[in-house]
Design a protein around this ligand. Structure first.
Ligand code: AMP
Length: 114
């Protein structure tokens, strides 16, 4: 998609601190980190959000989840614990309309979320 921030990051048109990428997904540090480790995992394919996933995307969700787990391991938070979050829509305060999974860790978090 031409006017999508995360598509532009995936294509290298906008710079980001990329920690992992392959042909399907890109992972980069959040520009406004909420925890010591805060990485976003996105599909290269433009999908607006969780609600827009189709049957054909099921493997891609697995890939995103597996990538998130690998990043948690690489960032050293797998043992201490981490949170994977997908915000979808206005009530969840999704601000970028390109599917992304937040990987948050490195400090004690609370529950429930705000
Ligand atoms: P959400 O609110 O779930 O849509 O999350 C969007 C996230 O993208 C926020 O945590 C932002 O801080 C992050 N973000 C926005 N622009 C950039 C950027 N250029 N590079 C890295 N992260 C970004």
């Amino acid at each position: 998609m031409t006017d999508c921030l995360f598509c532009k990051i995936a294509q290298g048109e906008i710079q980001a601190d990329v920690v992992f990428e392959d042909g399907d997904v890109v992972a980069f540090r959040d520009i406004n980190p909420q925890t010591p480790v805060h990485v976003l995992v996105i599909p290269r394919k433009h999908i607006v959000g969780f609600s827009d996933l189709t049957e054909g995307d099921e493997w891609l969700v697995g890939k995103i989840a597996r990538t998130a787990a690998r990043i948690a391991e690489a960032e050293g938070v797998a043992e201490s614990g981490y949170r994977c979050v997908v915000n979808n829509g206005p009530h969840a305060q999704q601000s970028v309309p390109h599917l992304h999974m937040h990987v948050l860790g490195g400090r004690q978090m609370s529950w429930p979320p705000g």
